[in-house]
Write a protein that binds this ligand. Structure first.
Ligand code: MOS
Length: 754
């Protein structure tokens, strides 16, 4: 094992994956439309309780934090207190000579670029000893000037975070001619929207346990990606991937912050090797707040031209995105794709700061973009005196790249608009923003969403039939909290005529058949079709066996109610349990998620509608109701799907009203790295939420016609609240979180007529 380590940027890997840059090579043919007709499904599309729900709520389900092994040591990481410094020396000796300390590592050399950067690590018999040992490590720094705000980083003479300067431009995008488009417009309007840094704040902090058995390494990790963590560990430690097993039983959230191998996981493995004992590293809530990423900020200046009737003639975006030492999120896609417009221009810049790198966070780029684009559309509608819903329908596209690309395979956004507007009572909104009176103003707003969520061809799953009639599904995916075990169980049960509880689901282990990261809203549309494929093969096999037993053709057989039964001769059937006895050995059936049909674009779509109350005296916002209409193809489990919508809206509301990672310009550290000062929405803030699914099954996409849902409901969830606030008070709060101070400042701006 080499001493040097390569820590990869899980964020870059994520963006490539989520934006559909790659898909796993697959020789599989395009999907066959599913045999089942609507209404023929017993479980798919219904409200199915989680197969492991009881285990989770009773505390029986093991999380990485719960794991304890014989002789296990606790690892701790010493972090830089300086946002920028040169490391002169690290002396581990005083720490290593403390009784109970079993291993130590230096983790940095040269330039330190952010407060919290790992410097050294120790493993000791317990947490207290490890903590004490960290205090004994002698580190000498030469402190250098730092920069932790976008304004400061862009100022003349700012300390250089990167040798090439603090601002880097991303590849620009353009189609048509925006200048020509502005000339053709009746109205040209420009505005700037800002979003802040949001910490993922997973309920379970980050952590790993590493255990060696000779040259073989097993890692238990709170991760969204057992396969990627294995591959990343192999590269970081320069050992064969075949000697590494990564296990994740249950986890308390990831939201994009746990997508690839983490530095502390590599550290745990190295300390464990050195000590010859298992090592557990769990980050504290404080470390979790400032060392493992956040959603980067975006400052979006949007300029558009439109005809009097609302037709967009040009749309331009200039955005400064900041993700600390890493690049910020690209926010372009919503701007280039959502609305029909021939003339579009996008310029994006990353602004580098001395802060921990950002990470993918539930729909990276798109949530920020939704706040900018959809906020702008609401303001444009008011400028033109057009209903905001009408403005969106006026510029509705049926092809990607704003109607200039290839056609969408299916697009149910118009239905989302229609059903969502009906349900919220769109007609009740203020025809003119801010038209109400009195100290409490109410308003209704809307916002739209797109997101890939198509799933990954090449995803594998096995269905295994045992001689006692029991059934197992093996898939190297993981449940990040969305209910993956349940959707696997219900798809297998559906196909084999069993009940979800009859299926043993084996996931969360990198030795199992390959599945992608649980990010990019791709778990269900990757895994469910692979399970369906394997289960259909198993079903064919069982039908052939039953045909022999019952002496009827296999085509006459249906699997239902735990039996293989004749469709035409009532009463002619055999129990699946009995049928399985004829198996000579456990029978595996391999399934694969096929490629989607070419020549079409695949996206999820959705629209949210919100109703708010704003207190004109205090600037406090109360969200009363959110209606969320989504097109995600076929819904697999309506119960867990609705949970995703409730979660996405809660997170979006929280970001809209409360969340902000605040950096101290003096020390260069995060000042609110705890759950007391970093505000998150609580149950008291959550409004009535009404999820709607439009059920546009996409047969070209996969054998179940299903798309992903993890991220879509997060995308318009902050924007829609800002838009409802605009409708209530008649001035747009163009920066989130919309704190009472920002709301009052916006009202002042309105009074001043600006
Ligand atoms: Mo991702 S940001 O884990 O879907």
């Amino acid at each position: 094992m080499k001493k040097e380590r390569i820590i990869e940027d899980p964020y870059l890997e994520y963006m490539e994956m989520a934006t559909g840059g790659e898909s796993q090579a697959s020789g599989a043919p395009p999907p066959q439309p599913d045999q089942a007709k609507p209404g023929e499904f017993k479980y798919i599309g219904t409200y199915t309780p989680r197969v492991d729900g009881r285990k989770i709520v009773t505390g029986e389900a093991p999380f990485t934090h719960d794991l304890v092994f014989d002789g296990m040591l606790q690892g701790k990481i010493l972090r830089s207190p300086h946002a920028c410094a040169d490391l002169v020396s690290i002396d581990l000796e005083p720490a290593l000579s403390l009784p109970g300390v079993k291993a130590g590592l230096k983790l940095a050399e040269g330039r330190v670029n952010w407060a919290g950067q790992p410097i050294a690590a120790v493993a000791a018999v317990d947490e207290e000893t490890a903590e004490e040992a960290l205090g004994l490590i002698k580190v000498e720094y030469k402190v250098l000037p730092h920069v932790v705000s976008v304004e400061a980083a862009m100022a003349q003479g700012a300390p250089a975070v990167q040798s090439k300067g603090n601002v880097a431009s991303s590849t620009p995008y353009a189609r048509g001619d925006v200048e020509k488009g502005f000339k053709e417009a009746d109205v040209v309007f420009e505005q700037t929207y800002k979003t802040s840094w949001e910490v993922h704040q997973t309920a379970e902090t980050h952590g790993s346990v590493a255990k060696w058995d000779g040259d073989n390494l097993t890692v238990w990790d709170s991760t969204q990606a057992v396969q990627s963590v294995r591959d990343g560990l192999a590269r970081s430690l320069s050992i064969p991937a075949s000697r590494i097993k990564v296990i994740k039983h249950y986890m308390g959230g990831g939201f994009g912050s746990k997508l690839g191998v983490n530095d502390y996981t590599v550290t745990a493995a190295q300390l464990a090797k050195e000590a010859g004992r298992p090592v557990k590293i769990l980050l504290t809530r404080q470390e979790n707040s400032y060392c493992v990423g956040y959603r980067p900020s975006a400052w979006m200046t949007v300029k558009a031209g439109a005809k009097k009737d609302g037709t967009l003639t040009a749309l331009a975006l200039k955005s400064h995105n900041s993700g600390g030492i890493g690049q910020g999120d690209r926010v372009a896609t919503m701007f280039t794709d959502v609305y029909k417009c021939d003339n579009v221009k996008v310029e994006e810049y990353s602004v580098f700061l001395n802060a921990c790198g950002s990470r993918a966070c539930r729909a990276p780029g798109h949530t920020q973009a939704a706040f900018g684009l959809e906020g702008f559309m609401e303001e444009l509608a008011a400028k033109l005196g057009i209903d905001p819903l009408e403005l969106r329908m006026k510029n509705y596209s049926t092809k990607d790249k704003g109607d200039t690309g290839i056609p969408y395979s299916t697009k149910g956004l118009d239905q989302c608009y229609k059903l969502g507007a009906e349900k919220i009572g769109w007609a009740r909104r203020n025809k003119k923003p801010g038209a109400g009176s009195g100290p409490i103003r109410t308003g209704i707003g809307m916002a739209s969403q797109i997101w890939p969520g198509a799933g990954v061809p090449g995803t594998l799953a096995d269905v295994k039939l045992y001689g006692d009639g029991s059934v197992e599904v093996d898939c190297g995916t993981q449940d990040i909290g969305t209910g993956t075990r349940t959707h696997i169980a219900l798809v297998a049960a559906e196909t084999l005529g069993l009940e979800p509880q009859d299926i043993s689901v084996h996931i969360g282990n990198s030795d199992l058949p390959w599945a992608p990261n649980s990010g990019g809203s791709q778990t269900t549309p990757s895994v469910a079709p692979a399970v369906r494929d394997a289960a259909l093969k198993a079903a064919e096999y069982l039908k052939a066996l039953a045909a022999k037993k019952l002496n009827i053709p296999a085509t006459d057989i249906v699997l239902e109610n735990k039996k293989a039964a004749s469709k035409t001769e009532p009463g002619k059937s055999i129990d699946l349990k009995e049928l399985a006895r004829t198996l000579r050995r456990p029978m595996p059936f391999h399934g694969e998620r096929a490629a989607m049909a070419e020549g079409f674009a695949y996206q999820t779509f959705g629209a949210h509608f919100a109703e708010v109350e704003v207190d004109m005296e205090t600037g406090k916002i109360k969200v009363k109701k959110v209606v969320a209409a989504h097109d995600i193809g076929r819904v697999i489990n309506r119960l867990t799907a609705e949970s995703q919508v409730v979660g996405g809206i809660t997170q979006g509301l929280s970001a809209a009203l409360f969340e902000e990672k605040i950096m101290d310009p003096e020390t260069g550290s995060m000042v609110n790295a705890n759950l007391h000062d970093y505000k998150i929405a609580t149950a008291m803030d959550v409004p009535e939420i009404i999820p709607i699914f439009v059920d546009v099954v996409d047969d070209r996409l996969n054998n179940l016609g299903t798309k992903g849902l993890g991220e879509p409901p997060r995308i318009p969830a902050s924007a829609v609240i800002a838009n409802a606030v605009f409708n209530a008070i008649g001035v747009h709060v163009r920066e989130i979180p919309m704190t009472p101070a920002r709301v009052l400042a916006a009202l002042k701006r309105k009074e001043a007529g600006k």
